[in-house]
Write a new protein. Structure first.
Length: 161
């Protein structure tokens, strides 16, 4: 019967039959049962989609937490340094006095940062023939900015008439 024979209702392979015979010859009377090998785990199309969606949700959540935490760290301002030697007042003093109540110094104007604005774009827009690098440095110095990060609604002193 080509390696398989019927034992009741179950199919028993020739290899299993051989193990039973060897165990009986050695005097072992324990029952040897065939071991069923499990096929590898297979995911259906819907299962693969569920795993992919779970991965995307976890990745989105973790990136949202990461970027929210990073953006909070950007908003922290460092201490203002001493006034530079060229006579420009300390940045915090200018920001506190001019932007809240006092008049704007000659040669400057107050610009409100719009959505998607960058400091470079603001400097390029208002520099009028000046090097944007110098304008960015001057805006940062006059506004007490430790870096070039700006936020919508932020008011900046910008050189130019």
């Amino acid at each position: 019967m080509s390696g398989q024979r019927k034992a009741g209702r179950r199919q028993v392979s020739a290899a299993t039959d051989e193990r039973v015979c060897r165990a009986a010859r050695r005097g072992k009377h324990a029952m040897v049962t065939p071991t069923a090998s499990r096929p590898p785990l297979r995911l259906t199309r819907r299962g693969r989609l569920a795993v992919l969606l779970l991965f995307l949700v976890l990745a989105s959540f973790s990136s949202a937490v990461l970027f929210t935490t990073a953006s909070r760290a950007d908003g922290v301002e460092g201490p203002a340094g001493p006034a530079p030697a060229d006579g420009v007042p300390a940045a915090r003093e200018v920001r506190a006095d001019v932007l809240r109540s006092g008049p704007v110094p000659a040669g400057f104007r107050v610009v409100v940062v719009r959505s998607h604005d960058t400091l470079w774009a603001i400097a390029s827009r208002h520099a009028r023939g000046r090097d944007p690098w110098d304008t960015v440095a001057e805006i940062r110095r006059w506004n007490g900015m430790p870096d070039s990060v700006v936020h919508p609604g932020q008011r900046l002193l910008v050189p130019g008439e």
